[in-house]
Each structure stands twice: as structure tokens, then as C-alpha cells.
Design a binder for this molecule. Sequence first.
Ligand SMILES: CC(C)=CCC/C(C)=C/CC/C(C)=C/CC/C(C)=C/[C@@H]1[C@@H](COP(=O)(O)OP(=O)(O)O)[C@]1(C)CC/C=C(\C)CC/C=C(\C)CCC=C(C)C
Length: 593
Amino acid sequence: MGFEYALVHLKYTIPPALVLTLLYRPLFTKLDAYKILFLITVAVVSTIPWDSYLIRNAIWSYPSHVIIGPKVLDIPLEEVFFFMIQTYNTSLLYLVLTKPTFHSVYLRVERSDAHPLGAVNPRWRHYKMFGQMVFGVGIVAGWRMVKNNGHGTYTGLILVWAAPFLLLLWSLAYQFIIGLPLSNTVLPIIIPTVYLWGVDTLALQRGTWVVTAGTKHGIHLWPGLDVEEALFFLLTNTLIVFGQLAFDNALAVLYTFPDLYPNPPALPSPSQLVQALLVPASRYNKSRVVGLQDAVTRLKKKSRSFYLASSTFQGQIRTDLLLLYSFCRVADDLVDNATSASDASEWIAKLQRFLGIAYADGEFRSRDLYNMLRNGFPKETHSALMQLPARKLSRQHLEDLLKGFETDVKFSKEKESPIQTSADLELYARRVAGTVAQMCLELIFNAYQSSMSGKDKDKILAAGSRMGIALQYVNIARDIKVDAKLGRVYLPTTWLDEADLTYKSVLEHPWGPEVETVRSRLLDEAFKLYEGAREAIEELPVEASGPMRVSVQSYMEIGRVLRQDGYVVKAGRATVPKWRRIMVARAALAGRV
Ligand SMILES: CC(C)=CCC/C(C)=C/CC/C(C)=C/CC/C(C)=C/[C@@H]1[C@@H](COP(=O)(O)OP(=O)(O)O)[C@]1(C)CC/C=C(\C)CC/C=C(\C)CCC=C(C)C
């Protein structure tokens, strides 16, 4: 009996597990726990018979003075723990590295433009076959080495065990694996592999475990590390990462295509995951994937706060929020970038007609929508309008949002400011942002069915509306100068009066101590509303409350920056440095703000 193998865990496998757990803890969700537990179960169940065979056939061994004693089918308990902790560590690293990735946009529709509808792009077939050939050759070569029972036995046993699983996972998820950035695929394999090569070298040198001489090649990757051991850690980490990737591929299919999966579960069963993976990529809805790609690009370009926040949402709700953002952004830009006030009013009228069709029933809805977009809207807006998750949103909120945009147009049409009093300001903010907040909440209620009563939901919706108003006040406080350039002053004229300012004077000189007084007043109002509404976030389903805290806090942080002296301005706007945004997001997820 001895503790040397246990010490390897204490020194080398448990510390990275703790570090990764601490790092990822604020982002950890039920779905992550499900994925990791699922993979650990598969790893343990599939490795035990194989490892037991290797130990019984003396391919490798453990001197009795290095292990505590208890065994499972001749495998020391420390070794069983190794399968678990390696799967845990590699999985967690994968989750850390892939958190910002929105997987739906990496689904590839296997259809080339040069081919008739439904034909598979030959390029994809080649990729698939190449991978299958590599793993197929691995299986055959491994089998031969095992049969020869010589120096290649250990390599052969690794190959015949790992390559069939890799072949299966590759065949199911190859297009997803190829399409993702290397930081999501190669990096989570390479980092733990090289680390474990180092740990293995130390353990082999100390004799904690021993690889028998007659069944290995005797070739070393570096002094003390047998190539078989190097191959073992490379393939086991590849298996773990491919397993995670296949899981994410299945989830992406479930959450991307409502025509295939209208009500995807928040925690899909293994059979639902396999079914999703088996859907041929030729059945994927290409316009849906393009719509999501456009939405991500738009969000990344236009809002750093919401881009960061969106990565903390998972599954269906992340998709829905992105699509809602894309619609709101496009609608707002159509009105803001119009060449004249009448042009802007025309866009609002068109958007109203669009909603009329989007909310209509009947068999010609899709055709009418398509015709309306083709004849009435610029091409780059089509995907955002077409993919609006209208069925999950109250039409009234979208109508009110458009009414809010009408206020924006009034600035160019009328000589007087359309915002005279605090009540005018509140109504405007409720329309353009309170509605957005309520729509975000509707999507959350839709994605996470709960037993909450209608009355409780209404209370949360009302708090959400107040919080939306708070965010809009921060938005106005940030943009006084930018808005003045567009000919708009959203500060109520009664407030301007009290600060010895006029609508016209702020339009011409949107800076100075008096303007700062009004900005401060607006920020005070924003924080008052925020304080009064923030508790309602805790009533949301747990999967949504953390990410919603991040969304709100990232935006309110702009307000906090504005309250500091000498804040940094970029393109006329106060900005929150990236490191500060990340710290705020972490604290918000951990519930510390
Ligand atoms: C995480 C994620 C992807 C969220 C998406 C949120 C979303 C759908 C935002 C739409 C944004 C948008 C373009 C709306 C059009 C009207 C508008 C301009 C509203 C203002 C947003 C400011 O965005 P930005 O700074 O990029 O705009 P400009 O450059 O100035 O044009 C708003 C300030 C509204 C933002 C409001 C929300 C995102 C609602 C957030 C949710 C809550 C407050 C609910 C909180 C819940 C409880 C229970 C209190």
C-alpha cells in the first residue's frame, strides 16, 4: 500500500480541476453539468473493460507500494478516478474556451449553389470520407498490431479501442468540427494533452506506473515519454472534445430549426440528441442559419455590452434574443438613417404593414412576407425581418416600439421638442426600451416553462419595463452629444429650463456644466428605477436570472462610468473598458452586484 498514485492526483490533476471550476463557476449551468456527467459516465463505462484487459494482460502495471489498494476489475481506484478527472478537466477547459461561441452559426447546410436543391456538396463528402478513412485505417492497423502480439500491441490496443468511437463521432459531427474556430477544437485537445504528457513523464520516471517492454515500440516522444502514452493521451482528449462537440452540434440543431423542433426541451434526452445529430444537413434551413449569422455579426458590431451578455445565455433563449436584437436594430437603423423625416415615417409605416403580415394567419403568410420584403426593404435587412420570433412576442410591444420611433421622427418634423416633461420622457423610454425588456422576458418565459402564476409574471414584466426605462435613460445620458448632432435632445424642456438651458442651446452646445447637471439628474432617475426593479430579476428561472443580471449590469456600468469624473469618450460616447465589462459580467453572474 502507498499513496504515490494518489499524490499524482493531489499535485497534478485536482489543482487544475479546482482552478477551472473557480474560473467557470459563474457560468456553470444545468446543461453544462448534464454534458459533463454524461461524458464522464461514457468515459468510465467504456474505459473500464479496456483498461482491465490491459492490466490483466500486463501491458501496463502498478507496483503495489504506489496504490492505496481497492480495485475495480483489477483497476486501482486511483486509475478510475483518473478517467473521471481527465474527462472533467478537458470538458471544463472546452467549456471555458467555447463559451463565447454561438454554435448555431456553425451549422453547415450541405448543399452547393452549383447543385440542384438537395444535392450534397462534394467538398463536404470529401472531408467526411477523409476523416472516416483516417479512423478506418487506424482500426485496421490497430487490429493487425494486436494480432501480431509484438511491440505494436499497446499501440494496437489503443487504436482498436479509440478509433471506432472517433469514427462514429466524426461521421455524426464532422461538418461542425471542421467549421468551428481552432480555439474551440484543437486548443482544448492540445492543452490538456501536453499537460498530461508532462505528468505522465514524471509518473513513468518515478515508476508510479510501468509500461511493459515487450508490448511497446521503445520509441520516445521525449526522454521518458513512450509514444504509446503520448498517443493514448492525445486520443483520449480528442474523444472527450469530440464528445463535447457532438453534444453541442446536437443542441445547435435542436435550438436552431423550429420547423424541425418546435418545442425543444431545455435538457434533451440522449435519444433526442442522437436523433438531432442524425438529421441530414441537407434538411437544415439555410435562411435560418444565414439569419442567425447576420444577427451575430450585427450584435458584435453594434453593441459590445449586449454581445458579452448574449454569450451568458444558453440554448433556445440565446437564439431568440439574438433574433429579437437583430430585428430591433434593423428597425431602429431604418428610421434613424432615413434621408428625411417623411422617409423615416414611410419606414415606420412599412414596418407596421410588415407586422400586419407577420402576425397574420393563413397559408399565404410566408409568401406575402417574402414579397413584402423583396419589394419594400433593403436586402441586408431581410434576414432580420424574416427571422423575427413573432409567435413568441406580443404584437402590442412591437407596435409600441414603432410608436417610440415616431417620437424620434418628430424631432425633424417639429420645431418644438416632443419631450417637454418627465412624463413625456418616461413614455418615450417605455416605448423604445420598456417594450424591449418585456419582449426579452416573454422570450424567457417561453424558453423556460415554469409554474409561475400569471400574476407573478405580470409583476416581473412591470419591473422589466421599469428597468428598460432605466437603461434608456442611461442611453440618453450617454448620447447627449451624439443625439444633438442628429438634431435631437431627449432631455425634457422643463428640466432644461431649470438648468438655464433651452432646447436650441443644447442642440448647438451639448456640453458644459449646465448640461452635466441635467445629465446627472437623468442618471439619478435611471439608478432610482434600477434599484426599484432589480430584485425582480431574481424571480426569473435560474438559467435566465444570471445572464439577465449581466445584460442589465453591463449597460448600467455605462451609467456608472458617466458618473465618474474624466470618463473616456470614443466616437462621442463614454465607453466601458473591456476588462471592466468582463469583471462586471463575472460579478453579475456570481450575484455579487
Ligand atoms: C443579451 C441580448 C442579446 C439582449 C438583446 C437585447 C435586445 C433585444 C436589445 C434591443 C436593442 C435595440 C436596438 C432596441 C431598439 C430601441 C433602442 C435603441 C433601445 C435601447 C437600447 C440601447 O442599445 P444601444 O446602446 O445599442 O443603442 P443605440 O446605439 O443607442 O441605438 C436600449 C437602451 C434598450 C435596451 C433594453 C433592453 C436590452 C432590455 C433588457 C432587459 C431588461 C431590462 C429586463 C430586466 C428584467 C427584470 C425582471 C427587471
